[in-house]
Design a protein around this ligand. Structure first.
Ligand code: CP
Ligand code: NVA
Length: 322
């Protein structure tokens, strides 16, 4: 059976290894290691990426990452293909599977990426749906692992909307045993099934999961504060939503409540002046651009893990990860 990445807990048993692989591969590649630079497991393969929504980071990081792994990146913008007009997702998936070594899909409804995967005979990676953003979470946890040597007692906090980015961040943190708190206003809570899964992971990995409506309580003594736009793609008609987020802006006052070594995270794009101030975004303890870069390294590990698992294991062995 072909494996797919629809939500970050699809890799729950191997997430830590996938991230260690990404961190070590990045290090080797940056020092010009010949084995890493000549590691081309996607040689002769084309990986197709379908986009129904705009993207800067996801698109560029996939295209460059695929290229660095020896593959060809084929970007398919929804308006240019038959999908959703004269062809179903299932038929599109079966056709593309005949040509491609793997697919990524950025869509609106999570059921659409699930449908693409159901009919695919090659791996499908979710490049953001309304419910999940697993590639983002992989890059985020990789970034946290790079910035904090010790995950014990680490507290990661979310302040903002109960959205796709929160879902996979919460799942990933609890899966890796990191204490996680989220402050979300009433009416904008994360999906209950995701909270239930995260609660189970937190119990299994002995981490704490706290939910509150009070950003001050959530950030008290925390090490990381993460936020995202209050209005996600597809919610442009919901401008009234902004009123519910008064007091949820990450600013100088909010971070003064945190551990001195606080870090600020954001998946980007950021709406400066709404969910975060310039002072925080541009602060030396803001690690948002490390996160953006790590999209590529984390996705290179994921692409290889799903599409060329033997090569992924062999490289992991070379890097001393087994
Ligand atoms: N964070 C993220 O997914 O950014 P893009 O929308 O630019 O891809
Ligand atoms: N929550 C945002 C994330 C963008 C990367 C959205 O879905 O638009």
């Amino acid at each position: 059976m072909v494996e797919h990445l629809l939500a970050i807990d699809d890799v729950k048993d191997d997430l830590e290894q996938i991230l260690k692989w990404a961190i070590e591969f990045k290090r080797l590649w940056k020092q010009g290691d010949e084995v890493a630079m000549n590691f081309l497991p996607l040689d002769t393969m084309t990986i197709g990426s379908i986009y129904e929504k705009p993207s800067t980071r996801t698109r560029v990081s996939f295209e460059v990452g695929i290229d660095r792994l020896g593959g060809n990146a084929l970007t398919l913008l929804k308006n240019d293909i038959q999908l959703g007009k004269s062809e179903t997702i299932g038929d599109t998936s079966q056709v593309l599977s005949r040509f491609l070594g793997g697919m990524t899909y950025r869509c609106y409804g999570h059921e659409d990426v699930t449908e693409l995967a159901k009919h695919a005979t090659v791996p499908v990676l979710n490049a953001l749906s309304y419910k999940h953003h697993p590639c983002q979470a992989a890059a985020d946890l990789m970034t946290i692992m790079e910035h904090f040597d010790n995950r014990e007692n680490l507290v990661v906090t979310w302040v903002g909307d109960g959205n796709n980015v929160l879902h996979d961040l919460m799942l990933a943190c609890t899966m890796l045993g990191i204490d996680f708190r989220y402050a979300v206003p009433e009416g904008y809570e994360p999906d209950e099934d995701v909270v239930e899964r995260s609660t189970a992971y937190a119990a299994e990995h002995k981490s704490e999961l706290m939910r509150t409506v009070d950003p001050k309580k959530a950030t008290d003594g925390a090490h990381v504060v993460y936020t995202d736009v209050f209005i996600s793609m597809g919610e442009e008609h919901m401008e009234d939503k902004m009123k519910s987020f008064e007091g949820y802006q990450v600013n100088e006052e909010m971070v003064s409540n945190m551990d001195d070594g606080w870090r600020f995270m954001h998946c980007l794009p950021a709406h400066r002046g709404d969910e975060v101030t310039d002072w925080v975004m541009d602060h030396e303890q803001s690690i948002v651009f490390d996160q953006a870069e790590n999209r590529m390294w984390a996705q290179m590990s994921l692409l290889c893990y799903f599409i060329s698992p033997d090569a992924w294991s062999a490289m992991g062995e070379f890097m001393g990860l087994v």
